[in-house]
Ligand binder design. Structure first.
Ligand SMILES: Cc1ncc(COP(=O)(O)O)c(C=O)c1O
Length: 366
């Protein structure tokens, strides 16, 4: 047997939300709803579907590896130059590219605990160390503790804003105060995968920081509010030097043409985003009141998912909900054993989930 690299022994595979078809097959049930992967329950913009359909006769041709048209569209929308943008097969791939570009063996990266699990694994793959800093009592990233952890081997700080799985945010003021105190040779990655849901109020407009700081990267994705998780397309924005280095690591055709054309079409359909955010806000209010009525503690969210404390083993609740055709996330993987994370669905899905949750809690407590 060929021996794998030593560091691979310390990794576990990412556990994705359970696919709908698998649950249908395993349990022999017809109707299954998935509220586990923070997908958009309204689907995607019809304009994106049309763009993919038009492209579908042209699969023989390699993509434009540079993604020129999509970068131009993003550049027009965001007021940055195309050479400040890197495209990736989801922001997930960009996390890998960042770690490959900056982590030497023995370097470290700082992140919240719990936060998005991939921050840690992409660093460990590079023989780096992941420094995980517990959240504060109100489930927010403890930025002062982050600062205390920085040492001369620190290369990256992953700021997940809103934080997955808690849905809590760092405000614009907190973020700028923090970045000012981070040494200039440490990269601060602002992962804003849920930006469209979170924007407004205290939430930062991080693009405004690009002129002032040359050690930040902003990550955005078409997977969440744009509803295009299956196509795998996301992007990073930074200064052109950082983007230049990331581009050296990126594979030549890392984003496909279907994803690129769909993303261009989706950007033009901002009405779809507004509708999605509105639906999410309604769903959030409904779930808040349902949890209050059930006497369950929850963490108010700035994203399209929410953590609720069910006071019994989350893996038991996960299994029992699954039997009723509702897929959620058991939060034991985040070290929050009696919590579950649920993606905010359509009105109908939210109602089905609440009804099933009530039954499950009743059954498990009796
Ligand atoms: C905080 C955060 N960052 C990044 C990602 C990766 O998203 P994608 O690769 O689909 O863009 C996710 C997906 O769940 C996420 O929650």
């Amino acid at each position: 047997m060929v021996k794998q690299r030593n560091t691979i022994n310390n990794l576990s595979p990412y556990i994705p939300g359970k696919p709908i078809d698998e649950v249908k097959r395993e349990l022999g049930i017809e109707r299954v709803i998935k509220l586990a992967s923070n997908e958009n329950p309204l689907g995607n913009s019809p304009a994106a579907t049309k763009a993919v359909q038009e492209w579908a006769n042209n699969m023989a041709i390699y993509p434009d590896g540079n993604g020129t048209s999509l970068k131009q569209a993003l550049s027009d929308k965001l007021g940055v130059t195309p050479d400040q943008i890197l495209l990736g097969a989801g922001t997930d791939q960009i996390l890998e590219i960042i770690a490959q570009t900056y982590i030497n063996p023995g370097d470290n990266a700082i992140m919240g605990d719990p936060s998005f699990p991939r921050y840690s694994s992409v660093v460990k793959v590079m023989d780096g160390q992941s420094i995980e800093v517990p959240l504060t009592e109100d489930y927010r990233m403890d930025l002062n503790a982050f600062l205390e952890k920085i040492n001369d081997r620190t290369k990256i700080i992953w700021l997940c804003n809103p934080n997955n799985p808690t849905g809590t945010i760092i405000s614009a003021q907190e973020q700028i105060d923090f970045i000012k105190r981070v040494p200039k040779d440490v990269l601060v990655v602002l992962d804003e995968a849920y930006y469209e849901y979170a924007r407004g109020g205290d939430y930062p407009e991080s693009l405004d920081l690009l002129d002032e700081f040359d050690n930040i990267i902003i990550l955005l994705t078409f997977s969440k509010a744009y509803g295009m998780a299956g196509l795998r397309i996301g992007y990073a924005i930074s200064n052109k030097d950082i983007i230049g280095y990331l581009n050296r690591v990126r594979g030549p055709f890392n984003t496909n043409t279907g994803a690129q054309v769909a993303a261009i079409a989706a950007l033009e359909d901002q009405e779809f985003i507004e509708k999605s955010v509105q639906s999410n806000n309604q769903g959030k209010e409904y779930l808040y009141s349902a949890f209050e009525e059930m006497g369950l503690e929850y963490i108010p969210t700035h994203a399209n998912f929410l953590m609720v404390k069910i006071n019994i083993s989350s893996s038991e609740v996960f299994k029992a909900l699954l039997k009723k055709g509702v897929i959620i996330r058991s939060a034991d993987i985040y070290g929050m054993d009696d919590w579950i994370r649920v993606t905010i669905g359509t009105c109908e899905e939210n109602e089905i989930f609440v009804k099933a949750l009530k039954e499950v809690i009743n059954d498990l407590q009796s």
